[in-house]
Design a protein around this ligand. Structure first.
Ligand code: GLY
Length: 438
């Protein structure tokens, strides 16, 4: 079985590791030379959203299945193009990927199919109506462009935007500049609670969930500083989280199942990985957004624990014969090592010294992200450099392994030491208690 992985980062590195472990002949297309992917695949360096190049490479190498890592090629319709050339894909079609790439479509789907876990929202394509809505709404609002912004477009009034004047200025900017490619804005009620991620394998009809994960989007300790692509994440050995019980977990799964059913009716079957970003609110889980792919860093928390054969799961996703997936009952903590100044003014182009042998001896794993290998040296870029994953019998043990391993990465970098620590977990639990949930 020949599988082509499209994408460059730590998410794609862990996907490649899992496929390689389970016996595929591995190919990859990446935009930089990721040292972790390069050493286990036959690779081509190319823009991963250049669909014609990906198609040519796949056809030349008689690829059986293409696994699409990032959202950008999905938005451009890579799956439609590859499938029409006879190459099966783990990844949704352009229309089905709208669950991530078009926030208005996603919210309307919830409304039209009466899916639980929805929220109050409104979509506008003109500034005056949007401005009136801001004046009338009277509660805290979240403002988002409807398309992809790499996580940087979401702004909360009262947090990132000082008052309704700044909110209106931002709405005007979104509409006038067609931010994210559309002159449209979605405004949503602000959700209060604890966020969690639920990722699932989906074959069009059947959905198999993976362990729940909590990501940490803020750059600095104590959940402060600018929003990033994610500074690290943890999961627990029972697949739940210290603030998330089985009942709320299962409600989130039910929402995701209703979503794939609605997607099938609306635009055809959704095949690939579905990522649900939920807020556990005082009255249960509600959907913050969906992604049409694995999360980054969240892929690192789940794939190394997969006991089922990943190649077999990919075949089942494309054949529509998905049944179940088994995971080890272990906890994980992942911390991203990022360049100094990330995300605003990253120290890019610096040499990074990674002692993988020592990290592995500590019991941790390394997944390379936005770094570039030139000869035997690794250089940082402006984005996240590498994820270190600790695996243990408890979150505490996994955190210790992970934190001890960070000392074996030398360079102009930093990481969040607090991810997965008991202090931060207690804060999450207390927060839910204060909301009356536990
Ligand atoms: N962890 C956030 C994302 O993958 O989009």
């Amino acid at each position: 079985m020949k599988i082509l992985v499209v994408g460059t980062g730590a998410r794609e590195h862990v996907i490649c590791e899992a496929l390689n472990r389970d016996g595929t002949e591995l190919y990859s297309i990446m935009s930089n030379k990721n040292p972790g992917i390069a050493r286990i695949s036959k690779f081509k360096i190319s823009n991963e959203s250049d669909i014609e190049t990906v198609k040519k490479f796949a056809l030349q190498n008689n690829i059986d299945i293409a696994f699409i890592g990032p959202e950008s090629p999905l938005e451009k319709g890579i799956v439609d193009v590859l499938e029409s050339s006879g190459i099966a894909c783990v990844g949704p079609t352009q229309q089905a990927a709208r669950i991530e790439t078009d926030k208005a479509f996603m919210r309307d789907l919830f409304g039209n199919y009466k899916i639980g876990g929805s929220i109050v929202y409104k979509v506008f394509d003109n500034f005056h109506d949007a401005s009136d809505f801001i004046d009338d709404f009277g509660e805290e609002l979240v403002i988002k462009p409807i398309g992809l912004t790499g996580g940087k477009g979401v702004k909360i009034v009262g947090e990132h935007l000082k008052d309704s004047k700044e909110a209106k200025d931002y709405v005007k900017q979104i509409i006038d500049t067609k931010m994210s490619g559309h002159a449209k804005v979605v405004m949503e009620e602000k959700l209060v609670g604890e966020e969690f991620t639920l990722q699932a394998f989906v074959d069009g009809d059947n959905l198999v969930p993976m362990h729940a994960v909590q990501d940490h989007p803020h750059a600095f300790e104590g959940d402060t500083g600018p929003i990033t692509g994610g500074m690290g994440s943890y999961s627990d050995k029972d697949g739940l989280l210290p603030f998330l019980d089985r009942n709320d977990h299962d409600k989130a799964v039910t929402i995701m199942e209703a979503t794939i059913k609605a997607l099938k009716e609306e635009v055809g079957p959704y095949r690939g990985i579905l990522y649900g970003q939920f807020m556990l609110c005082h009255d249960g889980p509600r959907v913050v957004e969906y992604n049409a792919r694995f999360g980054d860093p969240e892929a690192m928390n789940v794939l190394p624990l997969l006991k089922s054969n990943f190649v077999d799961l990919c075949e089942r996703i494309v054949d529509g014969t998905l049944k179940n997936a088994e995971f080890e009952n272990k906890a994980t903590v992942c911390k991203y090592i990022v360049p100094r100044g990330y995300p605003e003014s990253s120290a890019a182009g610096e040499i990074l010294d990674v002692n993988e042998k020592k990290i592995n001896e500590e019991g941790a794993l390394v997944y390379y992200a936005a770094v570039n290998q030139k000869e035997d040296k690794i250089y940082t870029s402006s984005s996240r450099a590498l994820g270190i994953l600790g695996i243990g019998n408890s979150i505490k043990q996994a955190e210790n392994i992970c934190e001890n391993s960070t000392g074996y990465v030398k360079g102009d970098v930093y990481h969040r030491r607090d991810i997965g620590t008991s202090k931060l977990l207690q804060r999450r639990i207390k927060h839910m208690e204060e909301l009356g949930r536990k």
